[in-house]
Design a protein around this ligand. Structure first.
Ligand code: AMP
Length: 355
């Protein structure tokens, strides 16, 4: 199958009649709600009986439901979707359900720079990007025999913290490790977690100025992770581990949070560095992204991950956050994405923000 050029796709589009589409999951209620507020038509792609759920939230439900047998079929319907002037908004579940390869191959205009997937989905490349940007990541331990402090073991491609575990010694590591799965070992950073939600516009200069375009901080959250966040209700982790009960890191929800204002300069510096390095490496990250951080008692940020699109941690803020309220009342990340597309369409800049 030959790839269709993005500019050819967009040439055939009726720019006054664009449809914002995404997969019905993750942050889709917010994306549809934000798109509707900006006057777009909306389309929700789903497998099976999702519509019933969205009917319960009329202001967050898409105008049209597009039901497929399986998510990997979306590519098959690309032509039909293009006839509806669809621009897709990727979110974590969208990319996961489809698979990064299929997502990259999909002949549909997509908000953001698809190339970011290559840098984000490979832990080695992600580390290169963030460290070359000057961010501090938790120290990595190459050989499990060198474990001399609490570490967290993460599997490649694992979603939502699945099967991650904490070990304090090599012996603990060998007891818990799942054979034949690729993993990395990171020092377990003690501190408080902040998941920072940025928005980078390469085409608007109305926020924190970068070499090209500008950066906003729209909100931040803390993830609620089971069982690590509640396990202490039963006893100390050490006690429970003796009984064979180990804390896990599966995300179940998100909690709104604000940070000491004096830390904001560091937050912007990190965001700036990540964007500037991305421009150098692959033409630039576009739109929403999230740095997942731990702030230590010395008020240093350690960044353990980047998500290069809208994160579910923005969901508590559908009517604005304690940060976005200082930009514009009632501004969610979903709405901000819609605004960017609207601005680009009006100023003939869609190719700058869509791939
Ligand atoms: P991740 O999949 O990398 O986002 O990690 C899942 C969860 O594990 C995070 O949300 C954190 O709660 C925790 N975590 C990840 N890396 C570290 C680290 N180096 N130190 C402490 N906690 C971590």
């Amino acid at each position: 199958m030959t790839k269709i050029d993005i500019s050819d796709m967009l040439t055939s589009y009726d720019k006054k009649n664009l449809t914002i589409a995404t997969v019905c999951s993750h942050s889709s209620l917010q994306i549809f709600n934000g798109a509707k507020k900006e006057g777009f038509k909306t389309l929700g792609i789903s497998v099976g009986e999702q519509k019933k759920i969205y009917d319960a939230f009329p202001l967050g439900s898409p105008d049209e439901h597009f039901i497929v047998d399986k998510y990997t079929d979306i590519a098959k319907y690309a032509e039909e979707l293009r006839e509806k002037n669809v621009i897709v908004i990727p979110h974590g579940s969208f990319v996961e359900y489809l698979g990064a390869d299929n997502f990259l191959k999909m002949d549909l205009p997509s908000f953001g720079n698809k190339k970011v997937l290559i840098w984000e989905s490979d832990r080695k490349k992600e580390k290169q990007w963030l460290e070359r940007a000057g961010l501090t990541m938790p120290q990595q331990i190459k050989d499990p025999k060198d474990i001399d402090r609490p570490v967290i073991v993460k599997y490649h491609g694992a979603k939502g913290g699945k099967d991650f575990f904490v070990a304090k010694t090599y012996k603990e590591f060998t007891k818990r490790i799942i054979k034949n799965k690729r993993y990395i070992i990171q020092e377990f950073v003690l501190g408080t977690r902040y998941y920072l939600h940025y928005f980078y516009s390469p085409i608007q200069n109305n926020a924190y100025k970068l070499s090209k375009g500008s950066l906003q901080l729209l909100s931040m959250d803390r993830r609620d992770e089971t069982t690590i966040d509640e396990v202490q209700r039963l006893g100390s982790i050490a006690e429970l581990e003796e009984l064979g009960i180990h804390p896990t890191f599966v995300v179940t929800g998100n909690i709104p949070i604000v940070m000491r204002e004096s830390l904001l300069p560091k937050v912007f510096k990190m965001g700036e560095a990540v964007v500037e390095k991305s421009i150098e490496l692959f033409g630039g990250i576009i739109g929403s992204f999230c740095l997942e951080t731990v702030v230590t008692e010395d008020l240093d940020f350690k960044v353990f991950e980047i998500s290069a699109r809208i994160v579910a941690g923005t969901n508590p803020y559908i009517s604005g956050s304690p940060y976005s309220e200082f930009i514009q009342p009632d501004l969610s990340t979903g709405r901000r994405i819609a605004q960017e597309i609207k601005y680009a369409a009006k100023n003939k800049l869609l190719e700058e923000i869509i791939t």
